[in-house]
Design a protein around this ligand. Structure first.
Ligand code: UDP
Ligand code: MG
Length: 323
């Protein structure tokens, strides 16, 4: 029997978590040839999510959980889940049922019958999405596909089913600054894209703000490309050549036609323009140095406070002694 692990990052999901498991169980029941296991990752929720996880684990034997010592972010939660996933196929999905478990059969078919290593989803249409959010996310997809090795279609989501082999390669990328959509694409393997209409969150509220979306976009580019650095170098070179021409013109003017005093506007423009460019270049440089700094510290991606994986390991260790 093939096994499937469901990795579910959860942050303040007290309202919907039980509903999620019950709804997903309905789908699981229609797939008796596969053995499913939940890996619920509590990402430092400030509500009762952890208690609900524990209750679910006592109710259902296939519920495993990891609970972080604080909020480390969805990327860290996914990493923790993937690290613990040992099944043949591994699914990454949200806890708010925006990622419908009804597509499991389609995903299994892509992996088993069509020979793909991964079956990922992209959204068809995001209803109720503001014009600005839509515009900026489209722009981000275009820019990041151009600048980086990462190629994702517009609307690509984290929701996907992968083979164990692919999961192991993802876990091997142990960077602290994680950008999963990029990592999923970077490791390669054959990915099939399927789409479905996204639905509004049934319970609880979305925790993403516009500022986090902006940060996400910057991460997406800087984690996978040094193009912005090259851009500053190219811009520097262009400005250098323009200045050179201007210097020659000014020299000729002064030498052959005498000194012209007024130059206040040109001086001011040049100083301000170059100042702006310099600041921006330092900023871009700083962004990368900051990343080097954070990676160099080599801190763990997450810290576990509670987990029922340890219990399992202890049992395994104790067994040989008893025999
Ligand atoms: N999530 C998380 N840590 C966070 C924020 C979100 O683990 O810091 C989880 C959340 O519980 C959910 C998933 O990531 O399962 C997606 O979050 P959300 O639904 O808020 O985002 P959206 O659907 O708007 O992308
Ligand atoms: Mg959601």
């Amino acid at each position: 029997m093939k096994t499937i692990d469901l990795v579910v990052p959860c942050f303040n999901e007290e309202e919907g978590l039980e509903h999620f498991v019950l709804e997903t169980n309905k789908v699981i029941d229609t797939l008796p040839d596969y053995s499913f296991r939940y890996i619920l990752v509590n990402d430092g929720s400030r509500d009762k999510t952890y208690l609900i996880m524990k209750q679910l684990a006592t109710r259902f034997s296939n519920v495993k959980y990891i609970s972080f010592s604080r909020n480390f972010g969805k990327e860290a939660a996914m990493y923790a889940g993937l690290q613990h996933a040992t099944a043949d196929y591994v699914v990454v999905m949200d806890a708010d049922l925006q990622h419908p478990p009804q597509v499991f059969p389609q995903m299994i078919e892509a992996l088993e019958k069509e020979g793909y290593d991964c079956c990922a989803t992209k959204r068809e249409e995001r209803e109720g999405e503001s014009f600005f959010r839509g515009f900026f996310s489209k722009l981000f997809f275009k820019i990041s596909n151009k600048l980086t090795d990462v190629k994702n279609p517009y609307g690509a989501m984290d929701y996907r089913m992968m083979t164990q082999q692919m999961v192991r390669s993802i876990v091997e990328l142990g960077e602290v600054q994680r950008f999963s959509k990029g990592i999923f694409s970077w490791v390669g393997f054959n990915t099939k894209w399927i789409s479905f209409k996204t639905v509004d969150r049934e319970l609880g509220t979305s925790t993403w703000k516009f500022s986090s979306l902006f940060k996400y976009a910057i991460d997406g580019i800087t984690c996978f490309s040094v193009a912005p650095l090259r851009f500053t170098a190219v811009m520097g070179a262009i400005i250098f050549f323009i200045s050179l021409i201007y210097i020659i013109i000014t020299l000729i003017q002064t030498l052959f036609f005498g000194v012209t005093t007024p130059g206040y506007v040109t001086t001011l423009c040049a100083v301000l323009f170059l100042g702006g460019i310099t600041e921006m270049s330092i900023g871009i440089l700083g962004e990368y140095i900051g990343r080097i700094y954070l990676e160099a510290k080599d801190r763990p991606i997450y810290i576990t406070k509670f987990s029922n994986f340890e219990e399992e390991n202890n049992e395994e260790k104790e067994e040989p002694n008893e025999k």
